[in-house]
Design a protein around this ligand. Sequence first.
Ligand code: HDD
Length: 703
Amino acid sequence: MGDKAKRDEVRYGEEMVERGAGGELHQTAGDGRKSLTTQQGIVVSDDQNTLRAGERGPDLLEDFHFREKIFHFDHERIPERVVHARGFGAHGFFETYESLSDITRADLFQQSGQRTEAFVRFSTVAGSRGSFDLARDVRGFAVKLYTREGNWDLVGNNIPVFFIQDAIKFPDVIHAAKPEPDRGFPQAQTAHDNFWDFASLMPESTHMLMWIMSDRAIPRSFRFMEGFGVHTFRLVNAEGRSTFVKFHWKPKQGLQSVVWNEAVKINGADPDFHRRDLWDAINRGAYPEWELGLQLFDDDFADRFAFDVLDPTKIIPEEEVPLRRVGRLVLDRVVDNFFAETEQVAFCTQNIVPGIDFTNDPLLQGRNFSYLDTQLKRLGGPNFTQLRVNAPRCPVAHFQQDGHMAMANPTSRANYEPNSWPPDEGGPREDPMRGFTTYPSQESGPKRRLRAESFADHYSQARLFYMSQAPVERRHIADAFVFELSKCDRADIRTRMVAGLRNVDDDLARIVADGLGLAELPDPLPAARETVRDLTPSPALSIMANGPETFAGRKIGILVTDGVDAELLAGLRAAAAKEKANVEIVAPVVGGVDTSDGNHIAADQKLEGAPSVLYDAVALLTTKEGAAQLANLPAARDFVSDAYAHCKFIAYVDEANALFAATGLDTHLDDGFVRIGNGQRPATDFLTRCRQLRSWGRQATIS
Ligand code: HDD
């Protein structure tokens, strides 16, 4: 035993020290509770009072405990991400279905069943760290895969295209979307002049505008949205053969979004709606899963495809290049500490592994500079790669050293290369056989600032997206344009945007113009290329055409009052459990209600704190007296009328009629209302109806 160990033994006398569950030592008074210490390990005797001279005298500078505590508190905040500031992360793994060794040498794709640790951070883009979850916005979908050959970051979004074609415009699009600089608002929304001024002057953003005005931008949950790598990448096999690839994440839970009026209300009722949903699902053991789909294609396809595969404002329809599903991503662990993991995780598009490579997509090339650079500012130094959430799980060996907070400096004698020290002191050497090699694509041409001709068609795929939507989805897109443009003070900006939409679809432009009260339809904006109007629609682009046909993972809010039919309630709970759906009991008081069988049940939520926007479907289980009581409560009337307006399925008992009458709904009981109890339909029927998620047939009646 060396001297150091002996000193430890002396210092940690048995009476002062215990070993915690994780094997760590902590100081204790012997009562099983850790003693509070300073960062230097000094046990603190009094954490209530600063050190002062005399009973009512001044504080003393020598109070090292006070000074350390306040000093550290003063430095708790780090700069938030310049975009994607609000996010939520979770741990999990990726599992490969079958070997892809014929197309890539990437280690994680070599064997079926192979598992790779993963960390995923979902985010909104425009809002600051404290903004609300259900902004109309793109969602970030950033995946870090800790492969055995280093970290691969697939830093994607829930939308497969982007606003701009060249990274040099990124600061402009973000400045335009963020709060206006003179007034510092609006927060977390694009519904203002600066954004639409920029967007209407940038025809290349039109395709992306269609996506963000669609329901894709207001997802019901992170669990119910797709993810996309956006750019075309390369996969490279052991022989050096390259295949182009686009990456897709397909949620096994199915796709689902909310409606805009609902989103606005959710933001008030629960600004943490998305992060709470993911936290709850994982803690419940309902681990969300996505399948990784690859669109694989070669140079021939790239040459004959109607658009440039390097243009990040274009998709390749799945019907043209079908997805090959090659593995699954499972999120099965929430973070231990939000700051340490979700805030300090640092993604970088440049983090790729042998077997994966970049293409010349100009947006990707620009991103490759930005991410490393931004982490220096945000995390304060070059050693953020040593933080647990960022550190590769494979061994790391290099000669990079020092800098702020260095924790893993090289331990050998040599810190340079070449050197002539023997292997144990000389440190690592490059490895041409296993190391990363760049795909040797041929590049040449004059240096110029220009946009390729092949990027010039800005409208055809915007139209393709619109034409691929279900009628209800088209209506939502038009309504979103009207809502957002109505928030612009300048009429010329509204008109210019409508002029741009004429290049997408005249009907859409007309509906938006009417919604804005434009006297006449403006001429179409001049277009660099005429819109191709007859592209074959792609059903894969519609959320509604790809319904999950299950209500699993969704939530029912059951509004109850005293005297609720205990048997019916038990039946509804059982039916929900069978469907793997969740229920929450909502009552006028959180203490709960007395049930018909003389028992008492606690409520999960007090009615005022649990509006129906927090649920996917609702049930009204009440009595005549209860319904009369509810009819007098504004929150109860909103509960029902919002559920109706948001096209939700509503289970009810006959006795609820007084509440319907108070909201004027008694004459509107369409087939989205399911009568249960009293010899009516069983609760299981209600759950079966809920599999359609929303009663969209109602939409035409309410808009
Ligand atoms: Fe970006 C963060 C996704 C274009 C510069 N980006 C960031 C995050 C995601 C994306 C998901 C959050 C990562 C996290 O959770 O920590 N960004 C995209 C996608 C793009 C894109 C899918 C287009 C296809 N981004 C883009 C461009 C640039 C940046 C063109 C700059 C030239 N992005 C950044 C950044 C951020 C970032 C400034 C802010 C925080 C961070 O990197 O770590 O570097």
